[in-house]
Design a protein around this ligand. Structure first.
Ligand SMILES: C[S@@+](CC[C@H](N)C(=O)[O-])C[C@H]1O[C@@H](n2cnc3c(N)ncnc32)[C@H](O)[C@@H]1O
Length: 203
């Protein structure tokens, strides 16, 4: 199939997607918001947070949703892409693999109750490369938790099922007292994405 035809197919499926339609009606920037809503409905995390760091936050629907919580007074977003600003949100246009990012954030004396990562590295289609990119992203997110997350804090991280899943699950279990794996119904069935929902960080 030609690239133009593939793009047209993707666009047609995208506009028919009920979560895309709902996000437009609810004025969220992305359908991704419903994944966070489902995760929070099940695991009850956001009501207990005062500060949240959202990695891979563009275009910003999770940031919009976080702003709806009166108890959350400090929201920071990070992405390699820029976002249209959201009142009350501090945004850093940075790669999470850049070690200077954590230096920059810690200079601001920021420690957070919750780290979110909805990052999806670009897919090359070559299984080994893609899996290694997912692993590297997860390692950077863990690095971020070590420098930014309060003891007892939580992590919600997107991951893709594959060969390194068990290894990462073990690593998370060493750093958090509770680790769950959850696939929201708003996550496409055809996608291998799942979310790790981890509570009780121990530095
Ligand atoms: C699925 S989108 C996030 C959607 C977001 N949760 C929302 O609600 O709008 C994934 C994002 O991860 C970002 N991303 C990918 N690799 C990154 C990296 N190394 N550092 C920072 N952001 C990255 C992409 O630019 C993209 O905006």
């Amino acid at each position: 199939m030609s690239k133009t035809k593939k793009t047209a197919n993707w666009f047609s499926k995208h506009t028919k997607d009920p979560y895309v339609k709902k996000s437009q009606k609810d004025k969220y920037r992305s359908r991704a918001v419903y994944k966070l809503i489902e995760i929070d409905k099940k695991f009850r995390i956001l009501n207990h947070c005062g500060s949240v760091l959202d990695l891979g936050s563009a275009p910003g629907s999770w940031l919009q949703y976080l702003q709806e919580f009166k108890n959350i007074s400090n929201v920071i977003g990070v992405d390699i892409l820029d976002i249209e600003s959201i009142p009350g949100v501090k945004f850093f246009r940075e790669d999470i693999n850049n070690p200077n990012l954590y230096k920059l954030l810690s200079e601001n004396d920021i420690k957070t109750d919750l780290v979110l990562s909805d990052i999806a590295p670009s897919i090359t289609g070559i299984v080994d490369i893609d899996q290694s990119n997912f692993e590297n992203t997860a390692k950077s997110v863990m690095e971020c938790c070590r420098s930014m997350l309060k003891d007892g804090g939580a992590l919600i991280m997107k991951y893709f099922l594959g060969s390194s899943f068990d290894e990462l699950n073990l690593l998370l279990k060493r750093n958090f007292t509770k680790v769950n794996v959850f696939k929201p119904t708003s996550s496409k069935k055809s996608s291998k994405e799942i979310y790790f929902v981890c509570k009780g960080f121990q530095s």
